[in-house]
Ligand binder design. Structure first.
Ligand SMILES: [Cu+2]
Length: 265
C-alpha cells in the first residue's frame, strides 16, 4: 500500500515536471520546429520511461527475498507484442524527425523546387566568415562587422562563404547551425519571430582566435529595421567610392574592408 502510494506520487511529480517546464515561446520558426519535435518525443519517451521504471520497482519489491526463482518461460505473443511496439515507436520517431529535417528553414539546400521558388522572396544576407570575424553584406551593399541585423517576421536567407578555413555559424536561440567552407557556398535560412539581441558563435574550432569569433544578432521590427537601413545607406553615401571599390573585392580581402561601411556596435 505504501509502495503504490509512493509510485503514484512519483508519477505525478514526473508529469508535473513536464507540464511546468514547457519551453518559452521560440525565437524563430526553426527553433519552433525543433522545440515541437522535442516535445513530441518527450511525450512518447516519458510514459515509456515510467512504464519501464515502475515495472522494475514492482519486480524488485514483489520478488524480494525470493531465493529460488523459476526460469522464464517462452511467451511468443508477448515477444511479438514488444517487438512490434518497439518498431512502431521507432517509425514514429523516424517520421517526426524526417519532417523537421526536410523543413525548408532547417534544410534550405535540400528543399524541393517549390520551396526554392518561394525562396526568391527571401531577404538575402551574404555572410563572410574568416579568422576570426564575421562580415554581413545586405542588399544595397551595406556591410556590418560582427553584428547581424535582420527584420522580424521576415524570411532571411544567408549565403555563407569562408576565405580561409572551415567555420560554422551557430545561433542557438534560432536553432540555426551551418558549416561554412572555403571556396564553397552553403545556405542557411530563418524567420525570427521575436525582436531582441541574440548571440552568434562560430561552432567549428578554427584556430587560436576561435573563442573570439562571436557576434550579436539584432532582430528589429520592420519599421525600426527600415530606419536603421536608411541610416546605414545614408552614412555610406559619403564613402560610396570606397564602398563600391571594396565591394567587388570583399570575398578576396575581407581584412582590407575596414574602410567600408561598418555599423556601430
Ligand atoms: Cu570560426
Amino acid at each position: 500500500m505504501r509502495l503504490s502510494r509512493a509510485l503514484a506520487w512519483l508519477s505525478m511529480l514526473a508529469i508535473g515536471a513536464v507540464l511546468f517546464t514547457s519551453p518559452a515561446a521560440a525565437q524563430s520558426v526553426n527553433r519552433a520546429a525543433i522545440d515541437e519535435l522535442n516535445k513530441q518525443l518527450l511525450y512518447v519517451a516519458l510514459p515509456l520511461t515510467l512504464f519501464v521504471e515502475l515495472t522494475l520497482v514492482y519486480a524488485i519489491y514483489r520478488f524480494r527475498g525470493n531465493d529460488n526463482p523459476r526460469p522464464t518461460i517462452d511467451d511468443p505473443a508477448l515477444e511479438i507484442t514488444w517487438t512490434a511496439a518497439t518498431g512502431a515507436i521507432l517509425v514514429f520517431v523516424g517520421i517526426s524527425g524526417f519532417f523537421v529535417l526536410t523543413n525548408p528553414y532547417i534544410s534550405p539546400a535540400a528543399a524541393g523546387p517549390t520551396d526554392g521558388a518561394e525562396m526568391g522572396d527571401d531577404m538575402e544576407v551574404e555572410v563572410l566568415a574568416y579568422q576570426w570575424s564575421w562580415e554581413f553584406t545586405y542588399p544595397n551593399n551595406v556591410t556590418t562587422q560582427d553584428r547581424l541585423v535582420i527584420p522580424r517576421d521576415t524570411d532571411v536567407r544567408f549565403t555563407l562563404t569562408s576565405t580561409d578555413v572551415i567555420h560554422s555559424i551557430y545561433i542557438p536561440d534560432f536553432g540555426l547551425k551551418q558549416d561554412i567552407f572555403p571556396e564553397q557556398e552553403t545556405v542557411a535560412r530563418t524567420n525570427a519571430t521575436q525582436a531582441g539581441n541574440y548571440t552568434l558563435y562560430c561552432a567549428e574550432l578554427c584556430g587560436s582566435g576561435h573563442s573570439r569569433m562571436h557576434g550579436t544578432v539584432t532582430v528589429m521590427n520592420q519599421s525600426a529595421y527600415d530606419d536603421w537601413m536608411a541610416r546605414q545607406t545614408a552614412a555610406g553615401d559619403g564613402t560610396a567610392a570606397n564602398s563600391t571599390a571594396n565591394a567587388s573585392s570583399a570575398t578576396a580581402t575581407p581584412a582590407n574592408s575596414s574602410a567600408r561601411l561598418t555599423a556601430p556596435a
